[in-house]
Design a protein around this ligand. Structure first.
Ligand code: FAD
Length: 477
């Protein structure tokens, strides 16, 4: 069995599959397991402090250590899956062929491997989503995910005076991590108003009972906020950043329920760094390449077994819905167990099935409480850069849309080049879709047949070695 992604979902899937005797290869593009949630210092620079900086650290170390010493599980790090071919194209009985490059992405010696697994678990997580605003391309403006990577993976302070803004519960751990690096966090500005938070979080409170440990996590963040005197303000957004060579100040404004700024409420705050996050976008390129169906909300459609619409392909974690680490762990366990021949109704999965029920409910609450509202486009000026790779400003997108009456994403992309740069629309794709109007279901910015940049030499000299996992192999049921 092949598992792509060694975050919470992928680790849990690999462990559950090993418990059923399947031989497992676990791949991740980065050089450590743990994914986004358990991002930590590299093994060459260990810290005794990791436990204090991560919720559930012992869960991570138990998963990692068990898999690491298990001869039936091969963990391959620095392993970038760059393409998936569907069965027909691959001409094989296996559901898909998975093409991987292993080695440092900035080196020239990456080694190609191709897997034709009898079962594939996709657990590729999400990107953080940041809405543009005037000045968001200034140095010193970070995505909150990048801020987390600096704080948790490098212990680097982004600045001395930092503002955190956007929407969603993710702002809380980001503020805690940034404060832990010694930076002064001047405030956390949540765009959703109290009424939206109440609508998302208060209904059917009994459904939250099973998630009591989230309460503990929340209490930890509240404690950090109180200790560092970090104000948490709702119904406010950073609507502009100012500076010459780097950010020097931001404008924070009160926003209405639709996130449109309320005139006269603007306030300028001197800062040297800003961290912004407006939620997450699932990393869908591999499931789309594998032929998996998506839901109308654009997550991978799975059934109670975490099986996708493609036989032999399973999905778990943030690619099926933004439910947080506990949902990812539960889904991963179910996916690995079933992919290795088990049933979702097996008694030993009961706890995971219960946890999935509890924590996937979080996804709907997060969307209701913190989901992006359409008024954000009123923050934009004509010269606000939307596609940073190709430097396409909002005005050009708007004019092109009006001049051509085209709501076609593809023609917009070819006319303006928005989304054609190095990130291939990962940062601006959904933003451009919203500016252009609803995309046709089949034409979205999530489709990237080549999932990551690769050198032509790597393509031309591709090692045809094929590692095939078959049910008859070691230990597989
Ligand atoms: C930038 C960022 C930071 C976050 N930080 C926090 C936090 O501090 N606290 C919190 O509560 N939640 C955080 N989250 C939310 C968090 O991602 C989830 O709760 C949890 O980590 C989801 O687990 P997962 O296994 O689904 O995905 P992830 O943890 O994202 O793991 C997915 C893994 O798949 C790998 N991968 C993806 N594509 C490929 C490919 N093509 N080839 C090979 N490997 C691939 C990635 O490298 C990654 O390690 C963060 C999310 C993001 C996007």
């Amino acid at each position: 069995m092949l598992v792509v992604g060694a975050g919470p979902a992928g680790l849990a899937a690999a462990k559950a599959a090993r418990e059923r005797g399947a031989s497992v290869t676990l791949l991740d593009a980065v050089d450590a397991t743990g994914g986004q949630y358990w991002r930590h210092l590299p093994a060459s620079r260990p810290s005794a402090n990791e436990r204090a900086l991560h919720h559930g650290w012992s869960t991570y170390t138990a998963l990692h250590e068990e898999l690491d010493r298990d001869p039936g599980c091969e963990i391959v790090l620095g392993a970038q899956v760059w393409a998936i071919e569907q069965a027909d194209a691959a001409g094989e009985a296996a559901p898909v062929a998975v093409h991987v490059l292993v080695g440092p992405p900035d080196g020239t010696a990456r080694r190609g491997r191709t897997f034709r697994p009898d079962a594939l678990v996709l657990a590729t997580g999400a990107h953080d989503r940041t809405l543009p605003f005037p000045g968001w391309d200034l140095p010193g403006v970070f995505t909150a995910g990048a801020a987390q990577a600096f704080a948790k993976g490098e212990r680097v302070a982004l600045g001395e005076r930092v503002v955190i803004a956007g929407a969603g519960p993710f702002l809380l751990p980001v503020a805690a991590s940034v404060a832990a690096t010694g930076a002064k966090v001047l405030g956390v500005y949540e765009a959703s108003r109290v009424s939206a938070l109440v609508k998302g979080w208060l209904p059917k409170p009994w459904q939250l009972v099973g998630a009591a440990k989230k309460g503990g996590e929340l209490a930890g963040y509240v404690g950090t906020h109180l200790r560092h005197r970090i104000p948490y303000v709702t119904g406010r957004a950073v609507v502009a950043a100012h500076g010459t060579d780097r950010v020097e100040a931001v404008t924070v404004a009160e926003v209405d329920a639709d996130w449109s700024p309320i005139a006269g409420t603007e306030r300028r705050i001197e800062v040297d760094a800003v961290c912004v996050s407006h939620g997450f976008t699932p990393r869908l390129e591999l499931p789309i390449a594998a032929g998996c169906d998506l839901t109308p909300e654009r997550f991978v459609r799975v059934d109670e077994s975490q099986a996708t619409s493609v036989p032999g392909v399973y999905a778990a974690g943030e690619i099926t819905g933004i439910g947080g680490v506990d949902a990812a762990l539960a889904e991963g366990e179910i996916a690995g167990h079933v992919a290795a021949g088990g049933s979702p109704r097996d008694a030993d999965l009961a706890a995971a099935v219960g946890a999935r029920r509890t924590f996937t409910g979080f996804a709907a609450r997060i969307e209701a409480a913190h989901g992006i509202r359409s008024g954000w486009t009123t923050w934009l000026e004509d010269d606000t850069v939307v596609c940073r790779c190709e430097e396409v400003p909002y005005g050009r997108l708007r004019e092109t849309r009006e001049a051509t009456c085209a709501s076609g994403l593809r023609s917009m992309k070819l006319t303006t080049r928005a989304g054609l740069g190095i990130c291939q629309g990962r940062i601006c794709g959904r933003t451009v879709e919203e500016i252009v109007g609803s995309p046709a279901a089949s034409v979205t910015t999530d489709r990237r047949p080549i999932a990551s940049p690769l050198r032509l030499g790597e393509l031309a000299g591709r090692d045809p070695n094929t590692i095939t996992h078959r049910p008859s192999e070691k230990g597989h049921p």
